[in-house]
Write a protein that binds this ligand. Sequence first.
Ligand code: BGC
Length: 770
Amino acid sequence: MDGFNRSCVLALLASLHGTCVSAAPHPALPVDKTAFINQLLEQMTPEEKVGQLRQRFTSSEMPEPEVLQTIAAGNTGAMFGAAGRAVLRTLQDAAVKHSRLKIPLFFSYDVIHGHRTIFPISLGLASSWDMDAIALSGRIAAKEASSDGMDMTFAPMVDISRDPRWGRISEGFGEDTYLVSRIAGVMTKAFQGESPSSPDSIMACVKHFALYGAVEGGRDYNSIDMSMVRMYQDYLPPYRAAIDAGAGSLMTALTTLNGVPATANTWLLQDLLRRDWGFKGLTLSDHGAVAELIEHGVARDGQDAARLAIRAGINMSMSDTYYGQALPGLLRSGEVSEQALDNAVRHVLNAKYDMGLFDDPYRRIGMASDDPTDAHAESRLHRAQAREVARKTLVLLKNRDHTLPLKKQGTIALIGPLAKNPVDILGSWHALGQASQSVTVYDGLKNALGNTATLLYAKGANITEDKSSFDRLADGKIDIDSRSFMQMREEALKIAWRSDVIVAVLGESRGMSHEGASRTNLNLPGRQSELLSALKATGKPLVLVVMNGRPLTIGGEHDLADAVLETWFSGTEGGNAIADVLVGDYNPSGKLPITFPRSVGQIPTYYNHLNTGRPLTAGESALYKSQYFDLLDSPLYPFGYGLSYTDFSLSDITLSTQRLMTDESLDASVTVKNTGARDGETVVQLYIQDISASISRPVKELKGFQKIMLKAGEERTLHFTVNEQDLKFYNSSLEYAAEPGEFNLQIGLDSQNVKQQRFEWQCDLCDTAI
Ligand code: BGC
């Protein structure tokens, strides 16, 4: 190591005091975290303190001299976007070898669904409902990122969203509070491992606090206006879950919440986060968000923006301009107190301490002699794990007459702009994933079929013909074939006619489901649907493989295709995983973590809605009922839905009691049977409805689930435990409590088709006047 450790900082502090000249720790100096940081703070000039609050961006392979000078001058606390151990070492050298106090930098990166080995996008990971698989993806991402020198990831992103027009829905884990909260905890722990200080851990930065997924109209960066009950009940718990799991840092949303930008929101950052939730970690603004306070119309200028943000509780400013420019002056004028500044700096230094950087600033960067000769070397990837996880994220949405799995014989026509596309399969936020290392569906099928069947390929269509729309996308790379649609379709039809079955791989480009990529319609883009219709006209069995980062309105395509497989953007090993399912080497078990609407007009679509006073009830008149008269009321695919190559049956529910008392628990059991001919996994889901309460409660809410594997013919009785905790909700005074009364307990293999039983909860201690 480069000879830097905590004892050096202590020695440095001591030498600054003139008390010690040796490199050994001064025996009189305190070594506990608080004392250590207090000592350090005492040595810092106001400019050095402000410097610690600035996180700068660089993506260049060799940092510009200006960046290194700023670091050496003590004007930078952290860097993001830089990748590669050599460049990080150069940056760290500037801090620990050339700055006055030698305070190390930390390095962050957007490690969202994998670092070098790319796992399925978060929405895909959530479709596995498999906490071990999700944890594995996070742990591997942490190992790969830390061995590249990263200290922090800007993840998990746990924004609940009910609006698939929003492109960032792909980055989150879906619409459900319970499921997303579970995953928030799992991902946080997976990133941080034993401790954020472990050399193979990265600190989690939960984002985007708060409610970013509720932007009006699904338009990115738009405003959010929401009732407190809905906020507390549905949107806030996942952030809290990540914090309770130990997340060391948190990033605010770029948006306003009820008129106040999150970055200047004292209620969010102080009252809720610090006071009520007890968060002790570091708060970061999002990219340039302090400056955006001016555009939001709450700050007059940069100085005002910096003042608002630091006072609200933003410790560190990402891609900073105004903390650097304005804070020194604000301190001098007394508009920002020294105490407020010290408080923010303390959080930054605490985080660095927690990441182990004062012990060794190079703990993740390592020594130059250990740098990999090829950073992209195959040996640095975790392909087997990526394939294993990716298979679990695929959701079978339709399978008429067992069209799938495909027989490993005859001729298969593989058609579509995403069939042989190594770029888009990685999804957005693909970190350091290399398209040259990703397995396409074509590659995967070739691997799976070997010489047993003939595989023919044609592109058939472009993802879209509208080149101009790509200029408006952040991740706008797309390979547009210059041939006309007619030519491409003809080529595709030629191979389709020669084949026994057609597999069409259609969907979005990765940039379409990304930051700044909102859509007003959710159809398959371009002329892909026309292509599917033309393929259907051949009369051959037709399998639709969808690749996308959000629910799409594919009702028409569902009707055309004999089988539909949702694959999201499934990552480096996506093609192998998809092929495993297509040919039946793996029996699909994914379930949707989000509702698919039939039409954009139905949005927001979510399963846990309120009943309304006039619900549409099957078999009853539709007049004056809550509905759209021009479309079916139900979603295209409900939350929790997904098929298997085998079938499962569910018995009626048995309750251990129909009267649950305070401090007791109830056992709800069902017997699940694999009635088909193949072994398979399914997810058994528990929902509860509070039938009558002081405020209207959802028609159902997920309260538990179990993913089980059953052999063909096997049956198993599953038990779910329910107690008062599961019945609690935020009432109109924002008290979190259960109310006595009747509950409807539902168990199903999706959120729509459920078995039901009623029970009553009696509360000895409750005020029955509620
Ligand atoms: C995004 C964040 C991301 C940051 C750094 C911002 O534009 O909103 O989610 O972590 O950039 O890349």
